[in-house]
Design a protein around this ligand. Structure first.
Ligand code: B12
Length: 228
């Protein structure tokens, strides 16, 4: 087994043991080793998915879920400053992002915001539990081109729909592209709510936003832009 594999295996074990101190130490060792940071983030994401499955089947409970969430968050805080900025200073466009109302999950949303930012987008991050009106208001005030919505729960997904509907009601649907994502969000759902883009990862979120702005069409997109 290579040194990289040993470190990634250790990271997985630390997250599965909800051991934040150990996980941060391992994450720091990964950074120091010069390993590819996105691969390490993929490994951490796979471990936290396992935690989610254990929670779902009742093998672990809320306290463990919270410890694992905190462990993951601290790992991401260690990794994200080392995701290097690419491209020129010229900004590609402005994105207003938030985890929708009713949803406090922000690890994935933060990762999407970071990846957009290091790939040349200006990002206005409204945090978690963001109401549709706040998203739309901010996009207007900030003169953004894209509204990106993260939902990690089936119970918060309706707020993605509400945000698109609000844009339609306010006569602003032709001002902003709406990109949706998060664990339970499917392409079918994105299409159904008339979103413009859907991505399954932070990297795909960047590609979706790039494709929408490169397309030179005005919102709403003729066809849902998908990146898996
Ligand atoms: C960590 C975690 C927590 C932590 C969150 C810490 C934090 N600061 O975020 C804590 C402990 C606080 C938590 C709380 C709860 N949680 Co929770 N949690 C998780 C867990 C295990 C991991 C989520 C995560 O961080 N994944 C890692 C990141 C990197 O991945 P990601 O978020 O999916 O994001 C990636 C992609 O989805 C995509 N993406 C994300 N957003 C966007 C946006 C756009 C525009 C695009 C294009 C892409 C994109 O890119 C990201 C990076 O690649 C999930 C399990 C799971 N399978 O998701 C459950 C899970 C989401 N939680 C769940 C539940 C039920 C809860 C609670 C209700 C528990 C409770 N009884 O209180 C509360 C929710 C409170 C609330 N109102 O929001 C359920 C949701 C079930 C459902 N209804 O759909 C899950 C699925 C667990 C399960 N299997 O049962 N949770």
């Amino acid at each position: 087994m290579s040194d990289d594999q040993v470190l990634l295996g250790q990271l997985e074990t630390d997250i599965l043991n909800y051991d934040a101190a150990a996980a941060v130490k391992t994450a720091q060792a990964i950074v120091a080793s010069g390993m590819d940071i996105p691969s390490a983030i993929d490994c951490a994401s796979a471990a936290i998915q396992q935690i989610g499955q254990r929670f779902q089947v009742g093998d672990i409970f809320l306290p463990e879920l919270m410890l694992a969430g905190e462990t993951m968050k601290q790992c991401m805080n260690t990794f994200t400053p080392h995701l290097s900025a690419k491209g020129s200073i010229k900004r590609k466009g402005k994105v207003v992002i938030g985890a929708v109302a009713g949803d406090i999950h922000d690890i994935g949303k933060n990762l999407v915001a970071t990846m957009l930012s290091v790939n040349g987008f200006e990002v206005v991050d409204l945090g978690v539990g963001v109401q549709p009106l706040k998203l739309v208001d901010t996009a207007l005030n900030e003169n953004a081109q894209i509204i990106a919505l993260s939902a990690l729960m089936t119970t918060s997904m309706p707020y993605q729909r509400d945000t698109v509907a609000l844009l339609e009601e306010m006569g602003l649907r032709d001002k902003f592209f709406v990109v949706v994502g998060g664990g339970p969000v499917t392409g079918e759902f994105a299409r159904e709510i008339h979103a413009d883009g859907w991505g399954t990862t932070a990297v795909s979120a960047v590609r979706v936003c790039e494709r929408l702005l490169e397309s030179a069409q005005r919102p709403p997109a003729v066809e849902l832009v998908v990146e898996k």
